[in-house]
Design a protein around this ligand. Structure first.
Ligand SMILES: [Mn+2]
Length: 329
């Protein structure tokens, strides 16, 4: 059988090269397990299937496995809380490693697919891709779609849980910075930051009060699950893409908990009702069809939650990943 050709890509220099980054940590979450997500996806054969069906060549980097402060969400003597923020040094260190790794691949014009891990890895992925896009395209800004049940935009000051997996959008956009007197996140510079005017949420249904305020104050485009039910996913995706415009590189940060728990039970913080698998695949297909997609994260697959249903979760994750790459699912 002939291998499926790749769709034309507007912003990739090396569109047949898929750089998979396995970000194996969960220090940003209150429970462990998501550090095993990347291996669950890789071992299921998602990427060997992509190579056998298409012209993609995959490389896999395994990173952020255990930094200086260990891969644990438990309190740690060498990593005390900063202003209540949990595991700040571990998450910062892991995020910096991820940022540098995805930057190096994206700088060469490869598609970067990062597997989490808890969603604090988004600090690393989005900042690394944003920096590479600025350098490759004369200061152009990256557009980001955040597909999630949660908004992940708390700052260390507003966060009820104090866990950094609820803060990646705030750090990647500069809304959150190292708390006064600390330098823990100072590796994030202006060249790394995303513009919240080029950012869209889809699937929100569990948003903290402070996050609602932050979203409103910053005029962030957000489509909740209610919006998806009201308008349909086809219309919502049309509006999201129209808002971002035709000529913009796009990064999609896909939290598996955006899907309804029926389709993705093995995740730390499921919220019902969510996107159907079909809706989730539609999002990926539409993004692929733009020719603008340059990077994707697939996060929060947790093999320790509902282990008997891990197969369902991994299959769903594989489908949204493959659809984003233009593979028939
Ligand atoms: Mn998330």
């Amino acid at each position: 059988m002939a291998k499926q050709a790749l769709t034309t890509s507007k912003f990739l220099a090396s569109p047949s090269h898929l750089a998979v980054v396995a970000a194996k940590y969960s220090c940003g979450a209150p429970i462990g397990g998501a550090e095993h997500g990347p291996d669950a996806l890789i071992d299921a054969g998602i990427f060997s299937e992509i190579e056998s069906k298409t012209k993609y060549k995959c490389t896999i980097d395994h990173i952020a496995q255990s930094g200086t402060f260990g891969n644990t969400n438990e309190a740690h003597d060498a990593d005390p809380d900063i202003n209540g923020m949990k595991r700040p040094r571990a998450v910062s260190l892991a995020s910096k490693q991820i940022s540098e790794c995805v930057y190096a691949h994206a700088r060469e014009g490869k598609f970067v697919m990062t597997l989490g891990g808890d969603h604090s890895i988004g600090i690393g992925t989005v900042t690394g891709i944003a920096r590479a896009i600025r350098e490759r395209f004369g200061g152009s800004e990256l557009s980001v779609l955040w597909i999630d049940a949660h908004a992940d935009i708390n700052t260390p000051e507003t966060s009820p849980s104090r866990r950094i997996h609820g803060m990646p959008v705030a750090f990647a956009s500069g809304l959150a910075q190292s708390p006064t007197g600390h330098s823990v996140f100072d590796w994030i510079t202006a060249s790394h930051l995303i513009n919240l005017k080029r950012f869209v949420y889809i699937g929100l249904r569990d948003v903290d009060e402070a996050e609602e305020r932050i979203i409103a104050e910053n005029g962030i485009k957000a489509y909740s699950m209610d919006d998806v039910r009201r308008y349909g996913i086809v219309k919502v995706m049309g509006l999201a893409l129209e808002y971002l415009g035709d000529e913009t590189p796009i990064h999609v940060s896909y939290d598996i908990d955006s899907l309804d728990p029926e389709w993705a039970p093995s995740t730390g913080f499921p919220v019902t009702p969510g996107l159907s698998l079909e809706e989730g695949i539609h999002i990926s297909r539409r993004l692929h069809a733009t020719g603008n997609l340059v990077a994707m994260d697939l996060v929060e697959v947790n093999p320790l939650v509902e282990p008997g249903k891990l197969g369902t979760t991994v299959k769903s994750a594989g489908s949204v990943i493959q659809a984003a790459l233009g593979v028939a699912v």
